[in-house]
Design a protein. Sequence first.
Length: 186
Amino acid sequence: MNPDDLKTILDALTHADVREFSLTTGSYALDLKRGPQAFAAPVMGGPAPTYAMPAPMPAYAPPMPAAPSAPAPATPAPSAPAAKPAETPKAEAPKADAKPAEAPKAASKGQPVKAPIVGTYYSASSPDAPAYVKVGDRVKSGQVLCIIEAMKLMNEIEAEMDGTIVEILVKNAEPVEYGQTLFMIE
């Protein structure tokens, strides 16, 4: 059996509601079983290779509301252009604000304390508890600065040096990335 014949059989069975298929010729036997398992490699050493067909994937259908919504904005055309210019400056304003906000953070003195893992930053051990540290606190090496929750595990982040907390760059319950600066210690 050549690969084109096998592809034709697989295509036909993919579109049919067939769970098992067996084909035996003089020199070749083919057993196909369709189920929740993924496509498997042939089993060697047996009388004939066995393949498992993957379950059919649902076909993608584009959302139907797209066609009716196109005529609706065309009717109130005068109000739509007025709304777009109003939104554009608002979208640009945070970008302009974000750049100056990053500049002072980069200019602050001290050593950064970076997140060793991806997770959610917590400033205290519980919502009722006071924060581990705040700006101006003197910390010692090994002192817990915060907790990062990753996959339901609470990981204590400790200071690596003695110093004073100059800046806290993350808000409570905010997601953090690996290597993101959490604190500046001077």
